[in-house]
Design a protein around this ligand. Structure first.
Ligand code: FMN
Length: 209
């Protein structure tokens, strides 16, 4: 299958069959999320990968009892940073210096561009961080399709209760989306053979040539 065929193959899976995703596929999905671009490259998000069944029961109770949570192999919780601190900016600058073998002095100008972010309100920063995390969600969905693994983007959960359950607030994190990964249950999923509903390209795109 080429990429477009894989994107047609994937769908927001409602029922999964409990089969476990291989380490290799899971790693590729996570690596694609790691490789997602983010504004300034800061990656103001953290992903929690959960396979513990007891914990998934508790998450299910906070996610409108949606069955994918219990039937998935793993559930990836995408969490955005609640605030952006000077330390997180300094850590990022250090990472660039280490990775590219450059000096901290040469990155001073870039750091000064980033630092005002630490003065913005937490609300602004958390909203901004969530927008970055959604790009990683998209990368994860495409990577899952590429692996022949089903995945469901999910916002249907109580983020306040989930943050409490996973102790995210103490980690400066707020959950924004869930992504269960696993394999479709073709017998019980009513969506398995339904056609994709999308707006027509002529309405979706405006070409200015
Ligand atoms: C941000 C976001 C949140 C969503 N939340 C849920 C959800 O809680 N439960 C669910 O079953 N599907 C959820 N969906 C799936 C959408 O309904 C689905 O992607 C859309 O109808 C398009 O269908 P397709 O993904 O099967 O092509 C969500 C999708 C996105 C992008």
């Amino acid at each position: 299958m080429n990429l477009i065929e894989k994107l047609n193959w994937r769908y927001a899976t409602k029922r999964m069959n409990g089969q476990v995703v291989s380490d290799s596929s899971l790693n590729n999905i996570l690596e694609a999320m790691q490789l997602a671009p983010s504004s300034m490259g800061l990656q103001p998000f953290t992903f929690i990968v959960i396979s513990n069944k007891e914990l998934l029961q508790k998450i299910n109770a906070q996610a409108c009892q949606q069955p994918q949570i219990l039937e998935a192999s793993h559930v990836i919780v995408l969490a955005a940073w609640k605030s952006i601190t000077e330390k997180s900016i300094n850590d990022y600058i250090q990472n660039i210096a280490d990775t590219r073998g450059t000096t901290l002095e040469s990155l001073e100008g870039f750091k000064n561009m980033l630092l005002p972010m630490s003065k913005r309100t937490d609300e602004v920063n958390n909203n901004w961080a969530a927008r970055q995390a959604y790009i990683a969600l998209g990368f994860g969905l495409v990577a899952a399709a590429n692996e022949g693994v089903d995945a469901t983007p999910m916002e249907g959960f109580n983020p306040v209760a989930l943050d409490e359950l996973l102790g995210l607030k103490e980690k400066n994190l707020g959950s924004i989306a869930l992504m269960p990964v696993g394999f479709r249950n073709a017998e019980s999923d009513y969506l398995v053979n339904t056609k994709k509903v999308r707006r027509d390209k002529k309405d979706l795109f405006i070409f200015m040539s």
